[in-house]
Write a protein that binds this ligand. Structure first.
Ligand code: UD1
Length: 467
């Protein structure tokens, strides 16, 4: 599997306790010469947010799971490392991964790995379901908000697990003769994607029936449920707000292909819209993009179905302002908020963006303003006043989707945009720069001397996933 190795975390605020980058340190950046027209076809990878829980879900099976359409991302590789650390065999090929958890024997997920990837907390459900005991560190804080795991924990407790948190580690165990979780009626206070996925996985091997009320309805939850069903799990209602799982004693080997990434697809649609270009993208499941396509059309962008599982985006009328509020699926996805904001900076009129899912997901505002946008943000609201053009500047990506927003703005800006903090982009977008280059964008990954005024924290080197 081709994976990027330029992993570095860049702290936007200098920390005096961290050594500053030495003058000779180099840093990877993206340079974009904007205002090029794009054309042609671009393909969409498998969904990161489906691949990660599905890789964790493979722990439920005591045989081999062969997974296809796995995106080549740093986050996916990290999840592979977590599984390998649990005694599980992981083999990676181009776009596929084989996981054999027959020998799952380790109930303790290592802090160094879990702290680098919030989604690796998902392993708690499968480990607990298989071994009756699990010790998983709390995932670290994140740039987009506190992101607690209370809903995961409360649901597992409802299923009979004893859970306590000690020194930052969640200890969970099931007492009793067979150490199996028990089916339960669980109601989530909020339709959390992660909590729904953790509890769904845990319930597949529990004794009896579990219902998850106010469950998340995201397509990635449905994909995880379909994957579990392909291993023999009995799951009903995934994709609605009530999921019922009837526990079975064992799950069997499977081969499964992951859905296309709706966030990458949405980002590419905006790449076409913001450069006023006509491009085709596939594979996509247009029904997963209903809210995004509706907003693009409202803005005057033409989006039309093309062939089997394809979409064509083309310039329609002048871009018009519109309001956007992020919501759980099927509402407008929070992961598309920053890319959409980049597009709205060039629309005619004022747009109001309201972020309701995460409490700190507006950090891209300052960077977009550096490119000439006119955005005022207060709390979880941003007022975007459309400007006639953006102009290239050096900017810093602050989180994954913010990095995509800066790439999009850079494509439209006149002059050169240099984006630092690429570590974030590589977590969630595989080869985005090459894809855009193939469409005709002038975009280049290069290295520059690291800014000596900004502390650069090199993450621990990743041990290699067994090939
Ligand atoms: C997943 C996605 C992420 C997406 C998000 C919302 C993955 C790997 N990541 O993240 O890209 O932006 O869904 O669509 O799939 N919350 C609690 N307690 C909990 C769990 C969550 O209060 O126990 C809160 C969070 O702080 C947040 C909100 O619920 O404010 C939504 O979080 P959640 O749906 O769980 O998102 P993730 O699963 O972390």
């Amino acid at each position: 599997m081709v994976l990027k190795t330029e992993d570095r975390t860049i702290n936007p605020t200098p920390d005096l306790s961290t050594p500053l980058a030495s003058p000779e340190a180099q840093e990877s950046v993206l340079k974009i010469w904007g205002q090029q027209s794009l054309s042609g076809h671009v393909s969409v990878n498998g969904a990161k947010n489906a691949a990660l829980p599905i890789l964790a879900g493979a722990l439920l099976c005591s045989g081999e799971c062969l997974l296809h359409n796995i995106p080549a991302l740093v986050d996916v590789r990290r999840m592979g490392e977590v599984l390998a650390a649990l005694g599980v065999q992981v083999k990676c090929g181009p776009h596929s991964v084989m996981v054999n958890a027959r020998d799952l024997n380790e109930s303790h997920a290592p802090y160094e790995l879990v702290s680098q990837l919030r989604a690796s907390f998902f392993v708690i459900g499968p480990i607990l379901a298989r071994l009756g005991v699990a010790r998983v560190p709390l995932p670290g804080g994140c740039a987009i908000g506190a992101r607690p795991v209370d809903l995961h924990v409360r649901g597992l407790q409802k299923m009979g697990a004893e859970v306590h948190i000690d020194h930052g580690i969640v200890h969970a165990q099931v007492r009793g003769r067979n150490r199996r979780l028990k089916g339960a009626n669980i109601y989530l206070d909020y339709p959390s994607v992660g909590a729904t996925e953790t509890l769904l996985m845990a319930a597949t091997l529990a004794e009896g029936e579990t219902t998850i009320g106010n469950a998340a309805q995201e397509p990635e939850v449905v994909d995880l449920a379909n994957f579990c069903r392909s291993m023999g799990a009995r799951i009903y209602g995934a994709g609605t707000n009530t999921i019922t799982i009837v526990g079975v004693s064992q799950l069997h080997s499977t081969e499964y292909a992951i859905i296309p990434d709706r966030v990458e697809a949405g980002t590419l649609l905006i790449a076409g819209a913001i450069t006023r270009s006509a491009i085709q993208i596939s594979p996509v499941m247009p029904e997963h993009l209903t809210a995004v396509i509706a907003k693009l059309r409202e803005m005057g962008v033409q989006v039309t179905p093309e062939g089997d599982r394809g979409l064509r985006v083309a310039p329609g009328y002048d871009l018009q302002a519109t309001d956007v509020e992020t919501l759980p699926y099927p509402g407008f996805p929070t992961d598309m908020q920053a890319p959409m904001m980049a597009l709205l900076t060039l629309a005619k009129g004022d747009s109001v963006i309201t972020e309701t899912v995460f409490e700190n997901r507006m950090r891209h505002v300052a960077e977009l303003n550096r490119l000439g946008a006119d955005i005022r943000a207060k709390g979880n609201h941003a007022i975007v006043r459309g400007v006639p053009f953006l102009s290239g500047a050096p900017v810093l990506a602050t989180d994954l989707r913010a990095s995509a927003a800066l790439v999009l703005a850079g494509l439209a800006a006149e002059g050169v945009t240099t984006i630092r903090g690429l570590y974030h982009l590589d977590r969630g977008y595989a080869h985005l720069d090459q894809k855009l280059q193939n469409l005709g964008a002038r975009i280049q990954r290069t290295t520059i001397p690291a800014d000596p005024t900004v502390a650069i924290e090199e993450p621990a080197p990743l041990p290699s996933v067994p090939a």
